[in-house]
Structures are given as C-alpha cells and as structure tokens.
Design a protein around this ligand. Structure first.
Ligand code: AHR
Length: 498
C-alpha cells in the first residue's frame, strides 16, 4: 500500500477562502437558461417561470456568485433586447452558438432569479461587437438610482431599486479567434482600459475582471496577459483564466494529472501579474478569476451534428462519469491551494450545459460532478493552510503527478479542520497521516468518501446516486495523529472539530 503524509502548521497559512471561489456560470446557450432555469411551461415552474426544482439543487450547492449572460454569447449580445415587455422583445440570431435567441429571459429576470438562488450576479459586458459606450449604458441601467435615461428605463421596466451589481467582466475570451469581435492583446487591453475607466466613472464601487487567456495552450498565452495588463492595470481588479479538460485518449492517469497543468497555469498567471505590477511600481495586486473551468469533451461530436437556428437545443450536454468527478475535486483543491490569489472561480456551467444539474420534463437530477462541488463548497470555507503533500508520484505529460491531491482548511470560528483529498491511484489504496497535535481536542466528526469501482460509471435521471458520496471513511485521530486509508480512486472529505 502507498503511504502519504500531510504536513500542516496552523500558523502557516495560504489565505482566507473567498467564498466566490465556489461560483458558477449561466450562459444563453443550449438549455441552460430555457428549460434549465426558466421554463414557464414546466409543472416545476414558479409564478415567474423559474424552475423551483433546479433552484433547490442550486441552493444546496451554495453558489455565492453566478456569471451571466456569457461566454461567447455575450460578444454579440444586445442586453436591451432582453428587457422591457416580453411581447416586444425581438428574436435574434446568436452567432456564437448558431441558434435563435428569443430574449424571453434577460437581465431583469436573471436578477430575480439570483435572489431565489441565494446568489449574486457577475455580469459580463459585450466588448466584441460593442464597446465602451454600451459598457457605460448597462452599468447605468443596473446601478444608478434614477434620474438618467437608462436608470429611468429600468424603473419603467418595473425595477425601482438599482440592481447594484458589484462584479463585472470586461468581455469574454477576447484572445480567441472564434470570438465575435476578437481582438489582439493591444486592441483588447486598450478597450478594456477605456471601458473599465468609464464603467467606474458611473459606479466607482464596482470590481472588474479583464480577460486573460482562454486556455494555457493558446499560442498567445503569456504575452496576452502581459500586454493586456500593461494597458488596463489601473482599471482591472482581476484577470481571468479559463480551462476545460477532456479524457479524449481514454487515459485516466493522464486525465487526472491535469491538476498539475492547472497548478502551473495559475502560478504562471500570478507571475505575470506580479511582473507587470513590478514594472509599474504599483502597490496594487491583481487577483485571479478562474471564471470558466470544468471537464468538457463528451458532447463535442454530437454537437457537430446540430442544425442551425433552432431554439434552446440540447447542446454541450456532457454526461459526466466518476473520473470526471475526481478531476473536478482535484481542480477545486488546486484552486484552493492558491486561495491567496484565486478569489473568484466559476464552474462552467450550472444547468444542462456542461453542468452538475440536468433537467427533463419530469425533474432535475444530479450529475457525478455535483457531489464534489457540493461537498467542497459547503465545507471548504475558512483559512487555507499551507498543506505540504508527501506522496508518491507518477510520470505524466505534465511532469511528475502526485497520486494525492490534497488541501487542509481551518475554520477558527467553528473550531474545525477539514481535509480534502483525492487518491488518483486506480488500483492501490493509500495510507494517509497528518499530525494534528496543534488542534488540541479535535476528533473526526465525519469522513465522507466518493468512490466507485468503475471510473466510467455515470448517473442518470433514474439513478442520480449511482455515483454519490457516503460516510464510509475510517479516519481517526490517535494521540494527535490523524490516520486513514484512502481507497483506490477516491475523493475524501475528512472533517475534524472539537
Ligand atoms: O462554457 C462554454 C464556452 O466555453 C463559453 O461560452 C466560452 O467562453 C468558452 O469557450
């Protein structure tokens, strides 16, 4: 059996977890909005057409922030089409996803929905086909009290009080040649600086996320971040990262080793942010917003066959398996290990589109990836400890990959310590020990395990708990040493408290 050790000291901390690291994303794409969160024809809809069964599952996930309305969609979007009387809203083509957008759900409906979902908005502006002027108008519509054209328009639409949206994205994936209004780094950096400057003139209390690279593999990675930040350092508060992984070669160890690549991505972006900071002799640090991350590949082939110009098709409907859930847990652990800089992150996406939650006419159900997200979001709040992982490694295309991904989070208020751990070994169990003598009187309260004999096992609407967590762990503290055995291919949540 393999052996591993976690070394922690309650004085050696990475940083406090910003709860927005447990954010998610709803784009006008496929059935995310229509049939996902908004479905007036459904027996599960409330008086506004919002799906109550979906809201219930989202509340259990404890998602503090939701990015909207895109994604690629935002780069061709006219938000004015989605406000005001529904009968007057135009149906338009969406060139990001080759569909018809009915605009029956828009900005105000989204704001109503955020309240019911116990979450806050992260609003993206169109810096693709539109620009600075439009970015100004939407902030005015959302955040000014009244007495101006756009703020009064909102009031006329039935929203007397401002929406007071605090977090804004300056466009989406502007480095991507697929993006409507794609720009080079200098063009985007200048646009982001001017849009950001004017948006903050309208409401100085807002925070802004500038677009970083769409993936670590983009040819422009690095120079993009450097150039963009050199232009908009003063206006930006965060720089975005996006990354999706897929097991296209059906090589599970390589697939699970992607946490190494993600860690490298985060560290590299931090280095670039800090290099620009040094060049500018700035006192301000740019934080990271990992505002699109997930597994995405299962639906790629099927999506090639979609007819153009339909409404809310089944698009990007990945059905996840157990190994995807393990990687999702690993990705969350990786971001938490950088909690001092990763302040916002969005699981892309939330419902029906590469999502933890799926809907049908007969209900809503949980995919495999729902469970690690739910557990980490609910229990991963507090202060991240610098967790030194001593574990065997295996060779991967990303270099040495540890068999164990892990992080410890201390919550002083609740007097608790939580360990998240993924054993990536597909065949062997692993002994884990951790000296917790500093946490006097702490005992294991709960040891939850997510495992399955088959890495390809999936959940379905009929059986949404085929892959589901159970309290089957055996962790215990003896003389101040926590010990347990992590069975092969498994994710663990070990909760200690006084
Ligand atoms: O989340 C799906 C798509 O992935 C988003 O629209 C885009 O930003 C990214 O390429």
């Amino acid at each position: 059996m393999k052996k591993s050790t976690l070394c922690i000291d309650k004085h050696f901390i990475v940083g406090d977890v910003d709860k927005r690291i447990y954010g998610s994303f709803i784009e006008h794409l496929g059935r995310a909005v229509y049939e996902g969160i908004y479905h007036p024809e459904s027996p599960f809809a409330d008086e506004r057409g919002l799906r109550k069964d979906v809201l219930e599952l989202i509340r259990q996930l404890n998602v503090p922030v939701v990015r909207y309305p895109g994604g690629n969609f935002v780069s061709g979007y006219h938000w004015e089409d989605g406000v005001g009387p529904k009968a007057e809203r135009p149906e338009k083509i969406d060139l990001a996803w080759n569909v018809i957008e009915t605009n029956q759900f828009g900005l105000n409906e989204f704001m109503d929905w955020t309240k019911k979902a116990d979450t806050k908005p992260m609003m993206a502006v169109n810096l693709g086909t539109r620009g600075v002027d439009d970015a100004k108008n939407i902030v005015e519509y959302c955040n000014l009290k009244g007495g101006s054209y756009y703020s009064d328009l909102r009031r006329k639409h039935g929203y007397e009080n401002p929406h007071d949206i605090k977090l804004w994205c300056l466009g989406n994936e502007m480095d991507g040649p697929w993006q409507m209004g794609h720009k080079n780094a200098l063009e985007y950096g200048r646009t982001a600086a001017e849009a950001g400057r004017i948006m903050k003139m309208v409401d100085p209390s807002i925070e802004l996320v500038a677009c970083g690279s769409s993936a670590l593999t983009m040819d422009t990675f690095g120079t993009w971040e450097d150039t963009v930040l050199s232009e908009c350092y003063e206006q930006a508060d965060y720089l975005s990262l996006h990354q999706y992984y897929g097991n296209r070669d059906n090589n599970t160890p390589e697939f699970l080793a992607n946490t190494v690549a993600m860690d490298e991505f985060i560290s590299s972006v931090i280095s670039i942010c800090d290099a620009v900071k040094a060049k500018k002799r700035s006192k301000k640090s740019i934080h990271l917003s990992f505002d699109e991350w997930n597994v995405w590949y299962h639906s790629n082939e099927q999506d090639q066959k979609l007819e153009r110009w339909c409404k809310a098709p089944h698009q990007l409907e990945d059905i996840y398996n157990f190994e995807d859930a393990l990687l999702v847990a690993g990705m969350m652990i990786t971001m938490l290990r950088h909690a001092d800089r990763v302040k916002v992150a969005c699981l892309a996406q939330l419902v029906n589109v590469i999502a933890p939650i799926m809907t049908s006419d007969t209900g809503a159900w949980k995919q495999t990836i729902y469970y690690p997200f739910e557990l980490i979001s609910n229990y991963g709040r507090g202060t991240v400890l610098n967790t030194v992982v001593k574990a065997p490694v295996y060779e991967s295309v990303h270099g040495d990959a540890p068999y164990l991904d892990s992080v410890c989070i201390m919550n002083q208020e609740e007097e608790s310590l939580t360990i998240f751990a993924v054993n990536k070994d597909l065949e062997e169990s692993m002994e884990l020990s951790c000296d917790v003598r500093q946490f006097t009187g702490y005992q294991v309260k709960e040891h939850v395990v997510l495992t399955h004999p088959d890495v390809k096992a999936m959940n379905t609407e009929e059986n949404p708990s085929n892959v589901a967590p159970a309290r089957t762990g055996n962790a215990k503290v003896t003389d101040g040493i926590l010990q347990t055995v992590l069975c092969d291919k498994s994710f663990h949540v070990i909760r200690l408290s006084k």
